[in-house]
Design a protein around this ligand. Structure first.
Ligand SMILES: [Zn+2]
Ligand SMILES: [Zn+2]
Length: 499
């Protein structure tokens, strides 16, 4: 017994280390303080019958990397896993208990849904407002804020982010002398929008994973923060490429602002957030050191919830296809399915290069983070026998810069965790799950039909030379922005999705 205990401990420690990442899949769900209130399902009431707006893939068995051989292997693994060793049996119970704890922890922590009035205000008072762009911008500024120590640190983009942080916030950050860290946003939602003194104010609630390095030790924290962004009413949004490159909103230069808050390069006053959103406040709601039992390989709580379908879906689809008459649902969903499978495969192979061509930078950064964490723990999340069972349209948005299509994807997979030697640690065969994936494409320009093959959306070449920046080295274009074809912008867990 003692002997068993001796190696039970390292195993449990390994599982505990693994735990925060355990239920990520590529979806990244549940990796930040658990967040949902599983009790209330009233928000899901609004689903309507759109019989034609989905594709059922149950009969055709496609896969991201599995074969029937894989299936046999999986069964063997389960057999080893369940039957083999008492120690593993104990580990399984341990695992289950943590799932329960997750539920207990989670009650009342759901991020509230953004209300329609918020978007009405934003659309009215922000010229060319785009929800997709705003979300991406918020993530970018927030992560750069942490990584660059408020724009004072030496980490990349430190000066580029400065015009987007209020002088007061920068000063506060400097005084606090926080360590810089690696941060990824797990969830974010607009929680409040208001007008005050000629400015529009938007509050955004963010849940994030922060990783701090002190000496040669790492500390991980889950952060729940409320951000306040402000901009003058009526200022028109610039185009996405300019927004995402940060720097001076007038000329693009990345230089420390003058004391008067002007850009040294073009002389424009920018330090007070004159030309774009500026982050003017951060309220930390919770900051938790990540320890054992924070998260688990939880049950798939949302799998059987009805699909949250936007009531405007049908009219939005008609509008989309009138702008792009070549587009059919079949073509669109074929591309989404291809991307879904490519990302699951990249996840399993721990090959970020397979994921890169299909994702916006913000989402890709999160996936790179988790893949790196897995590698550090010498653990691999193996997804085998992936079967996409159904893809259902849920929502379509359109603005000055983007078309956005959200689908709910139902899939089944053998979901395992193995160590560096390939030994199984935990997992479940035939795990069925659903997630809401939102794909975007630049609006206001002509596009060809969606590509359903693994080829560059710009030049059609193989995807083997898309670099970390998302640039295809065959054609020199950045292909991960939605400029050329649909790319993935966000993944939301079914129990979190609110439309
Ligand atoms: Zn300038
Ligand atoms: Zn290309």
């Amino acid at each position: 017994m003692r002997q068993q205990m001796r190696w039970l401990l390292p195993l449990l420690v390994a599982l505990a280390l693994l735990a925060p990442a355990a239920s990520t899949r590529a979806g990244g769900g549940d990796t930040y303080s658990g967040g949902s209130d599983y009790g209330g399902s009233s928000d899901y009431g609004g689903s309507s019958d759109y019989g034609s707006s989905s594709y059922d893939y149950s009969s055709s068995s496609s896969s991201g990397g599995g074969t029937s051989e894989g299936g046999e292997l999986a069964i063997l693994l389960i057999f080893l896993f369940i039957g083999g060793l008492t120690v593993l049996g104990v580990a399984v119970q341990h695992w289950d208990r943590r799932s329960t704890r997750k539920r207990a922890m989670a009650s009342g922590k759901m991020l509230p849904a953004a209300q329609p009035y918020m978007f009405e205000l934003l659309n009215t008072h922000v010229g060319n407002f785009s929800r997709v762009m705003f979300d991406a911008f918020v993530r970018l500024v927030y992560t750069r804020y942490h990584e660059s120590q408020g724009g004072f640190g030496s980490a990349g983009n430190a000066l580029a982010v400065a015009p987007y942080l209020s002088p007061a916030l920068r000063a506060k950050f400097k005084a606090a002398g926080d360590e810089s860290g690696w941060i990824v946003v797990g969830a974010q939602r607009i929680t409040h929008v208001a007008l005050a003194e000629g400015r529009i104010i938007a509050h955004v609630h963010i849940k994030a994973n922060l990783r701090l390095k002190t000496g040669d030790k790492f500390k991980r924290q889950l952060l729940s923060e409320e951000l306040r962004f402000e901009r003058p009413v009526g200022v028109v949004s610039r185009e996405p490429e300019k927004v995402y490159s940060l720097g001076c909103p007038a000329c693009g230069a990345s230089q420390e602002l003058t004391l008067r808050g002007t850009c040294p390069s073009c002389g424009t006053a920018i330090g007070g957030g004159e030309l774009d959103w500026q982050l003017t406040g951060i309220k930390t709601l919770a900051r938790t050191d990540v320890g054992e039992g924070v998260i688990s390989q939880a049950a798939e709580v949302g799998t059987n919830l009805p699909t949250v379908v936007d009531p405007r879906l049908k009219s939005r689809w008609r509008a989309l296809t009138s702008r792009d008459p070549q587009l059919t649902q079949e073509l669109l969903l074929a591309r989404f399915k291809m991307i879904f499978e490519a990302i699951q495969k990249g996840w399993t192979m721990q090959d970020a290069g397979l994921i890169r061509p299909h994702e916006l930078d913000t989402l890709y950064d999160m996936h790179v983070y988790w893949l790196a964490r897995f590698k550090e723990e010498r653990i691999r999340n193996v997804l085998e026998n992936l079967k996409v069972k159904r893809i259902e349209l849920a929502k379509i948005d359109h603005d000055a810069w983007y078309d956005a299509v959200t689908v709910r994807i139902r899939a089944q997979v053998d979901d395992f965790y193995v160590d560096a030697e390939g030994n199984p640690l935990a997992g479940e065969a035939g795990r069925e799950f659903t997630e809401y994936w939102t794909f975007i494409r630049r609006s206001g320009r002509q596009h060809g039909v969606p590509r359903a093959k693994l080829e560059c959306p710009s030049c059609g070449a193989a995807l083997d030379k898309v670099n970390q920046a998302g640039i295809c080295e065959y054609c020199g274009n950045k292909v991960v922005t939605g400029d050329f074809d649909w790319v993935l912008a966000t993944i939301e867990q079914d129990e979190e999705y609110r439309g």
